[in-house]
Design a protein around this ligand. Structure first.
Ligand code: MLT
Ligand code: MN
Ligand code: ZN
Length: 309
C-alpha cells in the first residue's frame, strides 16, 4: 500500500493567509526549520496507479500539481485522473472544499457519513459533482466496505468508526450544549489492503482518546493522528483566537489528557501527526515542543511524506 501526505496542516494551512503569528511569519520569510504546509489530506493506493483521497482539501489543486501520482497518466487519453474516490472524515472546510476542484466531468466516487452527505446536499455548489458520474456513497459506521470509484476497484477496504469530536464550525448550534453535534460528525478510518494483510488508521480530527478508541488502536502498525495543537490554550496564549482546543474538538499533543500520553502505552508502530495548526510550536523544528514529540517517538507529518506498507 502507498500512502502519501498531500497536506499536513489544519484549516488555514501554514502559513495562514491572514496570520502574522511567530510561526506564520517565519514560514513566510523562509526561515530554516519552518516548512510550509497545505491543508489536511492524504492519498492512498494499493498499486500506486489508482488512488483515493482521504479528505479533499481546499489546496487540492496545488496538491495534485505537486504530486505526479495524482496527475493524468500520459497514455490514458485526453481526459484522465488517477483519483478514483474521496473519503471524508468530517465536514470541516479544510476537508470538503477540495471536491470542487474535481469537477470537469471526471468520474469518481464520494464516501461520507449521512451527516456529511447532508452538508454536501444542502450546499448547491456541490451539484457540479453530479450523480451518476460522481456517486455519493453513505458510509455506515463499523461496517467495512470496498473502496471503488471511476469504474475501478481500488482493492482496499475501509472501516469507519465514530471518534470523540465536534460538529463543523459553520454548523454550530450555539443554543445546544454540544453545539448540535450528531453521529457521523467526526469519524476515523481504518484502511486495509486485504490481499497483503496491511492496514493503517487515519484520524485527523479527534477530541479525546477514550477507552474504546485506545482499544481499537492498540498495536496498530501506523496511525495518522490529530496534531492540531500542542497545548490546549495555545491559540488564546498567542492572542490568535479565544478558543481552546477542547472547544474546537481537538485533543492536544501535550498534557495529561493529550495524545502523547494517551498513545504512550498503545504499542503503535508509527505515530504520525497531521492536521497541524499554524499556532503549534512543534512546527518549529528547533523548538522544545518538537524535541518533546521526537522524544516520545512521534513523527510530524509533512507535505509529500510517503509511507509504504
Ligand atoms: C477545525 O479543524 O477545527 C476546523 O478546520 C476549523 C476551521 O474550520 O477553521
Ligand atoms: Mn480542520
Ligand atoms: Zn499563524
Amino acid at each position: 500500500m502507498h500512502i502519501k501526505v498531500l497536506g499536513s496542516a489544519a484549516g488555514g494551512g501554514f502559513p495562514q493567509w491572514n496570520c502574522n503569528c511567530r510561526n506564520c511569519a517565519a514560514a513566510r520569510a523562509g526561515t530554516p526549520g519552518f516548512r510550509a504546509r497545505t491543508q489536511s489530506s492524504l492519498a492512498v493506493s494499493r498499486d500506486g496507479i489508482d488512488w483515493a483521497l482521504l479528505n479533499a482539501s481546499p489546496d487540492l489543486r496545488q496538491q495534485i500539481n505537486d504530486n505526479r501520482e495524482l496527475q493524468p497518466h500520459l497514455k490514458a487519453g485526453l481526459r484522465h485522473s488517477p483519483v478514483k474516490a474521496a473519503v471524508l472524515t468530517n465536514g470541516d472546510v479544510d476537508h470538503i472544499i477540495g471536491l470542487i476542484n474535481l469537477r470537469e466531468a471526471q468520474p469518481f466516487a464520494i464516501y461520507a457519513s449521512k451527516r456529511i452527505l447532508d452538508v454536501l446536499a444542502a450546499n448547491s455548489v456541490f451539484q457540479v459533482l453530479a450523480d451518476p458520474l460522481v456517486p455519493r456513497n453513505e458510509i455506515t459506521l463499523d461496517q467495512p466496505f470496498k473502496l471503488a470509484g471511476g469504474g475501478v476497484d481500488l482493492g482496499l477496504t475501509v472501516e469507519a468508526f465514530a471518534v470523540p469530536g465536534k460538529v463543523a464550525l459553520y454548523l454550530e448550534d450555539k443554543s445546544s450544549g454540544d453545539y448540535g453535534g450528531r453521529e457521523g460528525d467526526t469519524i476515523g478510518l481504518k484502511i486495509s489492503d486485504p490481499a497483503e494483510k496491511k492496514s493503517f488508521f487515519y484520524i485527523p480530527g479527534c477530541a479525546a482518546v477514550d477507552e474504546e478508541l485506545a482499544a481499537r488502536l492498540k498495536g496498530a502498525p501506523v496511525v495518522f493522528f490529530d496534531g492540531t495543537l500542542f497545548t490546549d490554550d495555545e491559540m488564546i496564549e498567542q492572542g490568535l483566537l479565544n478558543k481552546t482546543g477542547a472547544r474546537m474538538g481537538h485533543i492536544s499533543m501535550s498534557g495529561d489528557a493529550g495524545s502523547i500520553t494517551a498513545f504512550s502505552k498503545l504499542g503503535v508502530g508509527r505515530l504520525i501527526y497531521v492536521h497541524i495548526n499554524n499556532s503549534n510550536p512543534a512546527l518549529d523544528e528547533n523548538s522544545p515542543a518538537r524535541k518533546a514529540i521526537d522524544g516520545a517517538g512521534w513523527e510530524v507529518g509533512y507535505d509529500g511524506m510517503e509511507v509504504r506498507l
